[in-house]
Design a protein around this ligand. Structure first.
Ligand SMILES: C[S@@+](CC[C@H](N)C(=O)[O-])C[C@H]1O[C@@H](n2cnc3c(N)ncnc32)[C@H](O)[C@@H]1O
Length: 272
């Protein structure tokens, strides 16, 4: 079969078929178009059809390719890591708005997954030091590989249940923690079925991770230090309420490109 025949034979979206075929053949998508009549070796045909079969069963394309782009950087991902979402770029944009990259900050990320947020911040804030915690050892191994691949020296990963292995004070805490409730119907739909439950499910209400983080956040923040929290589109008001209870001021929720409240942030008053 030639390139064009193979793409047609795949019973998946043509764009995804082209991603998988360019991955197998190690060529660009433009090459596939320019060389549509080129014969594909039977070994590569077989490999391509195996990947297509995985996609047909619903496995996310990012897990099949083993990578995902986030903030224009390429990150390794696997079934131990959440696939970084484009919506999560918003939290980084807000940090950039509030904290100058010309200064030295101590920044803490909680629940780093593939390390995407911290490693992007490491690049954007070369004078700052970023510590990132993650509770799962296999997830943290992926973050460490991403740090190595991008050669980012100012980010340190720590195996830690939220703050349990951390000490010191930070100018900002950033987190995109698990925020789904255990009976959320979305857990049975689409790509999310393949992602680690630890990365998705907070508990019965979906707010448990915010409660656990905010219970201790004040001890680890300097006065007027920031907390930036990503959350579900319908959790903004509840997260604002939790921040108020724990002594945060200047609280705001920002919307993503779809007009949905996605990130709530505030400054620590030093009280509570
Ligand atoms: C929603 S994912 C976010 C991953 C990454 N920061 C991102 O935005 O793509 C939440 C991450 O928090 C981690 N996590 C869950 N509970 C944790 C805990 N108690 N302490 C530290 N990390 C935790 C999960 O393993 C997962 O990697």
């Amino acid at each position: 079969m030639n390139i064009a025949d193979l793409r047609q034979a795949a019973n998946i979206d043509d764009f995804e078929a082209s991603l998988l075929l360019s991955y197998v053949l190690r060529v660009s998508k433009a090459y596939l178009i320019a060389h549509a009549e080129e014969e594909v070796a039977s070994r590569d045909q077989e490999r391509f059809l195996q990947l297509v079969a995985r996609r047909e069963k619903g496995e996310p394309i990012a897990y099949i390719l083993g990578r995902k782009e986030f903030f224009s950087l390429d990150f390794l991902v696997n079934s131990h890591t959440l696939i970084p979402r484009p919506e999560t770029e918003l939290i980084i944009e807000i940090v950039r708005e509030k904290m100058s990259s010309a200064l030295c900050w101590n920044i803490l990320e909680l629940g780093t997954g593939s390390g995407a947020i911290s490693l992007v911040l490491g690049k954007l804030y070369p004078l700052s030091h970023i510590v990132a915690s993650e509770v799962d050892e296999q997830t943290l191994a992926v973050a460490a590989k991403n740090k190595f691949n991008h050669r980012i020296a100012n980010v340190d990963f720590v195996l830690s249940d939220w703050f349990s292995k951390l000490s010191g004070k930070f100018h900002a805490i950033i987190s995109n923690p698990p925020y789904l409730s255990s009976n959320d119907p979305h857990l049975k739909e689409g790509d999310i079925r393949f992602e680690p439950q630890k990365a998705l499910i907070a508990g019965e209400t979906g707010l448990e991770a915010y409660q656990a983080i905010l219970q201790k956040a004040g001890r680890y923040l300097v006065e007027d230090g920031y907390i930036f929290l990503e959350h579900g589109f319908d959790q903004g008001e509840q997260v604002q309420g939790l921040l108020q209870q724990k002594g945060f001021k200047n609280i705001e929720t920002r919307k993503d490109l779809n007009g949905l409240g996605r990130v709530t942030f505030g400054c620590y008053s030093g009280i509570n």
